[in-house]
Design a protein around this ligand. Structure first.
Ligand code: PHE
Length: 341
């Protein structure tokens, strides 16, 4: 029996010392001390022994158990240390590693243009007004002296929502909405906003685009005031050396109406931008039509004013040399990241 127990001890110690992980070690503990464990079974056999043998063998088993438990404990501690070190190594944090640089956002080029133009007019005492993109036919057309059946409606390929609501085709309806609100006070507003037309998307057309509208109504406002304000704006935006040219035009809500051109950077040399004309058309404008003033309950005998409207995409394309309007809407980061404040 003694020889058997020493053999068990020897084998157990070898196995325990050879264990390479805590779960392995736990398996060995069960192998020797579990319910059906080797040592446990010897303890059970004690009852079958004679009264003289029992205390002797019992003592030997106790010694074996104490010894193996000690070896298990020591190996357990060793493995725990090794495993903890491995875990630290695995989860190592290099606190000196440089942080990841977050990508910086960029303002959208249309937003940059809107902001710059708006700021220029704020500097001349204008304030910003806005209106709904889903507009009543009344504000988009009727009150702007474009009655039903008026041929000017055909210039605007409208997107109707119901019989008398549509996606606004220009920012001009905000003229009327603001005059109604401010009446009888003077009006001096700039209106940036999104407008809609039934156009197919190509390099120069988009069914959704942006306009900036301007409106000034007060006593004794002349066409000269319009030319003065626009010249200040154009020289600030395009350059102090630029010339401004007004050509007669037609809009139902202004009389007289004009198309405003700015002289090209090529200074008349002729280039692709101005198609060799030396001039670039940038906005439509005119004196507010007396009928429009009357519609908004401003007495045309007392009040007068001017209005203008420009396409933001067109101006942004000129400013940045962009030849395809679709770039503005595709949100390609390679395009957008080229624009900074
Ligand atoms: N609303 C006109 C357009 O969309 C532009 C315009 C605005 C013209 C104000 C004159 C005065 O074409």
């Amino acid at each position: 029996m003694q020889a058997e127990l020493s053999a068990i001890q020897e084998q157990a110690i070898q196995e325990i010392q050879g264990a390479t992980s805590s779960p392995d070690l736990e398996e060995l503990r069960l192998k020797y001390f579990g319910k059906k464990g080797v040592v446990t079974q010897y303890s059970r056999k004690l009852g079958t022994l004679s009264a003289e043998e029992r205390p002797v063998v019992g003592k030997m088993i106790n010694t074996l158990r104490d010894h193996l438990e000690e070896v298990l404990k020591t190996r357990g501690q060793e493995l725990a240390r090794v495993e903890e070190e491995a875990k630290f190594e695995r989860e190592r944090l290099d606190v000196e590693l440089p942080g990841r640089q977050p990508r910086r956002g960029h303002p959208h080029p249309l937003q940059l243009i809107i902001q710059e133009i708006t700021m220029t007019f704020l500097g001349m005492g204008f304030s910003v007004a806005e209106g709904p993109e889903v507009e009543l036919d009344f504000y988009n057309f009727e009150a702007l002296n474009i009655p039903a059946e008026h041929p000017a409606r055909e210039m605007h390929d409208s997107l109707y929502i119901t019989e008398n609501t549509l996606l606004r085709t220009h920012t001009s309806p905000v003229q009327i909405r603001t005059m109604e609100k401010l009446n009888p006070n003077p009006v001096r507003i700039i209106v940036p906003g999104r407008v809609y037309r039934r156009d197919a998307l190509d390099a120069t057309h988009s069914p959704i685009f942006h306009q900036i509208e301007g409106l000034l109504v007060d006593k004794d406002i002349t066409f000269g005031d319009l030319k003065g304000v626009l010249t200040v704006f154009i020289r600030k935006f395009f350059g102090a050396d630029r010339e401004v040219r007004l050509r007669p035009s037609f809009f139902p809500f202004t009389e007289p109406s004009t198309e405003v051109d700015v002289s090209c950077v090529c200074q008349g040399q002729g280039c692709r931008i101005c198609k060799n004309t030396g001039w670039i058309e940038i906005l439509g404008a005119g004196s507010v039509h007396p009928k429009v003033l009357a519609m908004a309950k401003y007495d045309p005998e007392v009040y007068s004013g001017f209005a203008f409207g420009m396409g933001v995409e067109r101006i942004a394309m000129l400013r940045y040399g962009i030849t395809d309007i679709r770039h503005f809407y595709e949100n390609d980061f390679r395009f957008l990241s080229q624009f900074c404040l």
